[in-house]
Design a protein around this ligand. Structure first.
Ligand code: MLC
Ligand code: AMP
Length: 502
């Protein structure tokens, strides 16, 4: 048996001297060098007695070794769970426990806090960072060739955790075929070739930076400029040596805010792609006016990878996410799942080889979102026009997307409700010029009490990743409710709409 994802992305690259990663801080890594490093990590994982199907949780800073470790997991048949580097120890504990990870790999700077977390759930703890760590040391002594664990297309490759409107995060189980089919479709659709040089400034713990950007480049045999994080000046400096960029909308607003960014800087680029959050039609228009390039917007989710995309040739329509990808079906439905006529607004449902295998050990949540006929209920409100172009008009789910990171208000509200002096709370997303949306919290005090907002803020900081912190908190006498007693979040959103966007 083979290992389809490994074989397609890396299997034939072991002798290839071509550059895979350009490192802006200096130097580069060839395909052959990367394949060798991947094998060393596969060896290190075997040295930890990890078997195919075991889970490994990774909270590692973006660096070439972090990427090699992810592909080392693939080579060893180990299921990897990449985790946001901003998560606190509390947040990490849940993922380790829920996934049953046998090993947690973290940055050396976090080892003290996270080794205790790993130990609590019977997992081992290893370290890896840009400057090395225990796992890098093990990899250094492992051979640069290693056996490739046999896996089938429907074996699981990764868990990506995604929060829900109610309750805790769910581990979306992604198979080898989910990832492979999507990467190959996107290479074709977006015309990626071995000549492409992608500016890669996204994190590698999410679908966008890992399964879209990295897998597409590997499948095409191209190169990436591997930035540790977004820095608009660095992107502009590298643009003349690159062909393409993938980013969340904040990438494009930050480029437009940079006076150095003009048509000349973007002259040799062939493609700018946006996704993970809505790109304002205004940003699309400004970008075209500044550079002559029409940003290609696509739409996807952790559970589905990419589902729709504007075309490479043909009309890239601002404000739309384009038609379904080849091989993917999409329909706009009512709550019962019946398809609505074109032009009407309903919930978007998608089906295809891209759709995940369900939520790890949560059959009832899987059944609630994945229909028996294979259609996945995205929770996004959409409209499809006569030509099949999809417009995302809103969200049926209570979700805030800040700079491409998802924030579920419920998680913050539960924490706020538990603070001294707080009766109840509500968190809403309001427009933010840099992040698109940002959370704002209102708290209702218990009778005769005045919650200490500073102390509440400190507790939020200790428990939740920075990107989830409300950028504004205030006390309110009572939450606005409708006659059914449901909190009217729209009223709160209106009230704070101008807070950051003037
Ligand atoms: C960083 N901060 C954020 C934030 N990112 N706060 C809210 N939302 C975010 N997204 C915090 C920092 O901790 C810092 O805190 C402060 O905000 C300013 O930091 P910064 O240096 O300006 O942030 P930066 O590193 O530039 O990051 C911003 C960003 C980054 C937008 C470039 O968040 C990013 O790369 N986002 C991409 C996320 C992504 O890949 N999403 C894809 C999901 S997959 P302090 O303490 O200084 O105030 C998916 C499916 C699909 O959705 O369709 O693709
Ligand atoms: P995630 O759970 O991080 O994968 O986020 C997926 C969600 O991001 C989707 O359900 C949408 O709400 C949103 N999203 C992704 N791409 C787009 C886009 N191009 N336009 C609007 N929303 C998007």
């Amino acid at each position: 048996m083979s290992n389809p994802l490994y074989d397609t992305l890396l299997g034939h690259q072991s002798q290839n001297a071509k550059v895979f990663l350009h490192l802006p801080e200096g130097g580069h890594l060839s395909y052959a060098g990367f394949v060798g490093r991947v094998a060393q990590f596969a060896g290190a994982l075997r040295g930890l007695d990890l078997q195919p199907g075991d889970r490994v949780a990774l909270q590692v800073e973006k660096c070439p070794d972090a990427l090699a470790l992810i592909f080392g997991c693939l080579q060893a048949g180990v299921i990897f769970l990449p985790l946001n580097t901003g998560y606190t120890a509390d947040e990490i504990a849940y993922f380790v426990e829920n996934s049953g990870a046998r090993v947690l790999v973290c940055d050396p700077s976090k080892a003290a806090a996270l080794s205790a977390v790993a130990e609590r759930f019977g997992a081992g703890c290893e370290t890896l960072g840009p400057q090395g760590g225990s796992l890098a040391d093990m990899a250094d002594t492992a051979p640069t060739t290693a056996p490739v664990a046999p896996r089938a297309g429907d074996d699981l490759a990764a868990f990506l955790y995604t929060s829900g409107t109610t309750g805790r995060s769910k581990g979306a189980m992604l198979s080898q075929n989910n990832l492979l089919s999507n990467a190959l479709t996107l290479v074709d659709l977006w015309r990626f070739t071995g000549d492409d040089v992608l500016l890669h400034a996204l994190p590698i713990f999410h679908t966008h930076g890992l399964f879209v950007a990295t897998n597409v480049i590997l499948a095409a045999g191209g190169s990436m400029v591997f930035f540790p994080k977004l820095d608009a000046d660095a992107l502009i400096d590298w643009m003349p040596r690159a062909t393409s960029l993938m980013g969340v909308p904040t990438f494009y607003t930050r480029l437009l805010d940079n006076p150095r960014f003009d048509g000349d800087a973007a002259r040799d680029m062939r493609l700018f792609i946006s996704g993970s959050a809505p790109l304002l039609a205004e940003t699309h228009r400004q970008f075209e006016a500044r550079t002559g390039h029409r940003i290609l917007e696509r739409y996807g989710m952790t559970e589905t990878n990419m589902s729709t995309s504007n075309p490479y040739d043909g009309d890239r329509r601002a404000g739309t996410v384009g038609p379904p990808l080849p091989g993917v079906e999409a329909k706009v439905c009512d709550d019962a799942g019946a398809e609505l006529p074109r032009g009407e607004i309903g919930t978007l449902e998608v089906r295809g080889p891209n759709v995940f295998q369900g939520y790890w050990q949560m059959p009832e949540k899987t059944a609630a979102e994945l229909r028996a006929d294979g259609f996945f209920i995205t929770g996004d409100l959409a409209m499809m026009d006569a030509e099949g172009y999809v417009t995302i008009v809103g969200r049926g789910k209570d979700l805030i997307i800040s700079g491409g990171f998802n924030i579920y208000p419920k998680e913050i509200e539960e924490l706020l409700d538990a603070q001294p002096g707080v009766l109840e709370s509500a968190v809403v997303g309001v427009p933010h010029p840099d992040f698109g949306e940002t959370p704002v919290a209102v708290l209702v005090p218990l009778p005769e009490q005045v919650p200490d907002l500073e102390a509440v803020g400190a507790e939020v900081s200790a428990r939740l990743a920075r990107f989830k912190h409300p950028r504004h908190m205030e006390l309110i006498d009572a939450l606005p409710r409708n006659t059914m007693g449901k909190v009217q979040k729209a009223a709160l959103r209106d009230r704070f709409a101008g807070l950051f966007s003037g």
